[in-house]
Design a protein around this ligand. Structure first.
Ligand SMILES: Cc1cc2nc3c(=O)[nH]c(=O)nc-3n(C[C@H](O)[C@H](O)[C@H](O)COP(=O)(O)OP(=O)(O)OC[C@H]3O[C@@H](n4cnc5c(N)ncnc54)[C@H](O)[C@@H]3O)c2cc1C
Length: 302
């Protein structure tokens, strides 16, 4: 679905991250930072710049009593399993979430109404000029699926987490149950960006979560090009074959407008769109921009 980037870099330590960011900033080269791309929709036109991947080459876990320092590229399910086996509880809700700990912290991701932010003590961070700093829990300003890190434009390279002691067998059983429950509810066998829309508390209390509301609007199975509202869980948009990024954005816009007209709630996207100039924005922002520019051209033609 996503096109090709001009260049791809995969640093192995924070010094390489720092050197790359400094160079790209000095030369004014467009760039973006990715983990496992599980929350991202790349434009089919590709990316005129550099993609920096903080992934498995920058990973590792150090456990000391009830605190854990984890490098940003570490896989989240692996982290949850490793700390659980050490008798540390608190990350069970993350065991089924694809992606890296860096991406999870930036998104304050989680499940079961939890977010990883509540376990974060500090984040080791390389800013857009290549300077390395420690960002405290408070400075991260964690809120529902957001953090101040999203606006800072640098890279998370490591995270310190505080957990509680627990029984490894109980933790393993709970994680196995979570994984089985997610498999039965989520379309994990088809490409998608995870939950398309955020669950807004006011909307949840009035009409329910996005999946239920989208289903009640009769949108399950709706297709544009190769993009389809999942038949298994309506808050997922799957690539069912040859979808272009424009198909996904058009379908996301259609769902957003239909739900707005029915309920009065404008659902914001959790999925993030990566533009050809390497800017990353919530996908509904790009969907709305395209609808507005299509409306403007129709009006000009009249
Ligand atoms: C089937 C499926 C189920 C999912 N279920 C959940 C769920 O239950 N809960 C949930 O919260 N999410 C869920 N997601 C979304 C996604 O898995 C999470 O947002 C995940 O934490 C993203 O991690 P990533 O490494 O893939 O990040 P990416 O998708 O690569 O990037 C996400 C954002 O983080 C930034 N980023 C990534 N790494 C870094 C870094 N090291 N430093 C700075 N910025 C960085 C990127 O620039 C981007 O803005 C799901 C996705 C899928 C496909």
């Amino acid at each position: 679905m996503g096109g090709i980037a001009d260049a791809f870099v995969e640093p192995v330590d924070e010094h390489q991250v720092s050197a790359v960011l400094r160079l790209l900033e000095l030369t004014g080269t467009p760039h973006c930072i990715i983990g496992e791309t599980s929350n991202l929709l790349f434009d089919s036109e590709g990316l005129r710049g550099v993609v920096i991947r903080i992934g498995s080459r920058l990973s590792g876990i150090e456990i000391s009593n009830r605190e854990v320092i984890v490098k940003a590229g570490n896989s989240v399910p692996e982290l949850a399993r490793v700390v659980g086996a050490h008798g540390l509880t608190g990350l069970e809700h993350t065991v089924g979430i694809p992606g890296t700990i860096g991406g999870l912290v930036l998104m304050n991701g989680g499940s079961k109404r939890k977010g990883i932010g509540s376990n974060v003590v500090w984040v080791r961070y390389v800013d857009r000029n290549g300077d390395i700093a420690v960002v405290s829990h408070q400075e991260c300003e964690f809120a529902y699926r957001s953090s101040s890190l999203q606006l800072m434009g640098g890279a998370v390279v490591a995270v310190r987490l505080r957990l509680e002691s627990g029984d490894p067998d109980r933790i393993t059983t709970e994680m196995d149950e979570i994984v089985a429950s997610r498999r039965s509810r989520f379309p994990e066998d088809q490409p998608n960006c995870g939950s398309t829309f955020l669950s807004d508390p006011a909307m949840y209390a009035t009409v329910g979560p996005p999946g239920k509301v989208i289903e009640e609007a009769g949108l399950k199975g709706t297709r544009i090009g190769g993009a389809e509202v999942s038949l298994k869980h309506a808050n997922f948009i799957n690539n069912v074959g040859g979808a272009r990024s424009g198909d996904v954005l058009a379908l996301l816009g259609l769902v957003r407008q239909t739900v707005l007209a029915r309920t009065g709630f404008a659902m914001d996207a959790e999925a993030r769109y990566v533009a050809p100039d390497a800017r990353i924005t919530p996908a509904h922002v790009e969907a709305d921009r395209r609808t507005a520019s299509a409306d403007a051209s129709v009006n000009q033609g009249q």
